[in-house]
Design a protein around this ligand. Structure first.
Ligand code: SF4
Length: 425
């Protein structure tokens, strides 16, 4: 028998025979499932290093992790389970809420709808009868256009080019202010805008002896006969916005017509002062910060994210107390900042030296140059958004969000309808 054949023929030992006899496939350890931790972190969080956030783009492709046996497709059941809205604060103009279980494109869709697609009422036409103020007619009209009007746009129709301004599509305000001679300068504010529920009072054409003169609107009924406006007369959202200043003898007389529109056409129709979101911050300590280091970490953070925890026997430890308040200023990561560990060590040494010498005043610690190693990790959760909506006052902020949801729903329905019309064969 050749040497080669000798090597190929291996004698099975008794122990191996017993092991083979007792082999059970169910005794094998489980094959690891899911993504490895670093990929899972990248999938669910944005990591912010000392210079900039990294891996900011989300991974939306359904087959991105297929080779690892992980399905990345959108699952409606899972979405229903995970999706949650928590209102943090709500007042007349502002709302802050957490939207959990969505991704950045959806959050951004809401933001864009709020800014550009939700309707509101704004002054579109100004008929100036008299203006002897220093503010030119065009500037005055532009200022009036930007005044938010507290009127529910859902109760009005859009005014198209060929439509007659009527009680369903136009709100009319009158402004007539004069600064008497010999009096100090007068501030004209939004509280001077008087709502005209019966429409325009400016005569466009004389109607002859037997008919009513024509005005710039044709209201068939008074707007204050609508139950919604009978209780809440229409006014500007804020009563103290400055429109113009009048010197003695100067006068403004005009009529302003507000119509329904959206922010996409002109920013004056945007019902929000701003609508923005940020991802929920997550602050992770990569090591234990104790005693002086802990104090230093607490002091370095301007947003007071960290707190000191008492460990007993005079020992202290830093803990992440308010991660939500993190502004991502990166002060706790920044190179050139006192290397927390190094500075604490230098301080302790200086203190000991001063004690040795019996000096009352502590010796100044010598700054120890040390290669910077971040000890704190800043992350953002990709699926948790803190949303803030600031209404201009035209509608409550919670109503604005509900309307934005309806608009997004309509958009989805139109896409589904268009998709079903396509012949895919
Ligand atoms: S990034 Fe700024 S706000 Fe956030 S924990 Fe660090 S120091 Fe505090």
């Amino acid at each position: 028998m050749s040497t080669k054949n000798k090597e190929e023929k291996r004698i099975v030992t008794e122990a191996e025979k017993i092991e083979a006899k007792n082999f059970n496939i169910h005794d094998l350890p489980d094959v690891p499932t899911g993504l490895p931790p670093h990929l899972e972190l990248q999938r669910t969080r944005v990591i912010c290093n000392e210079l900039a956030p990294i891996h900011t783009g989300g991974i939306f492709y359904s087959g991105a992790y297929k080779s690892m046996g992980v399905d990345n497709s959108v699952n409606l059941e899972k979405f229903n389970e995970d999706f949650k809205v928590d209102v943090i604060s709500l007042d007349e103009t502002d709302i802050v809420f957490d939207m959990i279980g969505i991704n950045a494109p959806i959050a951004n869709a809401f933001r864009r709808i709020l800014l550009a697609e939700l309707p509101s009422m704004a002054i579109e036409k100004v008929f100036v009868a008299n203006n002897t103020s220093l503010v030119q007619d065009e500037v005055l009209a532009q200022r009036l256009g930007l005044i938010p009007i507290a009127a529910d746009p859902r109760l009005f129709e859009y005014l198209s080019e060929n439509d007659q301004p009527n009680e369903k599509n136009t709100i009319v305000f009158k402004l007539h202010v004069k600064c008497p001679r010999g009096e100090p300068r007068l501030k004209v504010k939004t509280n001077e805008l008087i709502w005209l529920p019966n429409g325009s009072e400016l005569v466009k054409e004389s109607g002859g002896s037997d008919s009513k003169p024509k005005t710039y609107t044709s209201f068939s009924r008074s707007q204050d006969s609508f139950p919604e406006f009978a209780i809440n007369p229409i006014t500007p959202s804020l009563q103290d916005i400055l429109i113009a200043k009048l010197g003695p003898g100067q006068e403004i007389e005009l009529e302003a017509h507000a119509v329904k529109g959206i922010g996409k056409t002109h920013a004056k129709w945007s019902p929000v002062a701003t609508a923005w979101y940020r991802m929920l911050p997550e602050v992770v300590l990569l090591k234990e910060f104790e005693d002086e280091e802990a104090v230093e970490l607490v002091n370095v953070c301007p947003a007071k994210v960290f707190d000191i925890e008492d460990m007993g026997e005079g020992r202290k430890r830093a803990k992440v107390a308010r991660p939500r308040d993190c502004t991502l200023c990166r002060e706790c990561l920044r190179e050139g900042k006192p290397g927390l560990e190094a500075k604490a060590k230098a301080k302790a040494e200086a203190k000991a030296k001063a004690k040795e010498r019996g000096e009352e005043k502590e010796a100044k610690p010598t700054e120890e140059k040390k290669e910077w190693v971040p000890q704190v990790e800043l992350r953002r959760l990709r699926s948790h958004f803190i949303f803030t909506i600031e209404s201009t006052g035209s509608q409550p902020p919670d109503v604005l969000f509900t309307e934005a949801v309806k608009i997004l729903e309509d958009k989805c329905e139109s896409v589904i309808a268009a998709h079903s019309e396509v012949d895919w064969s």
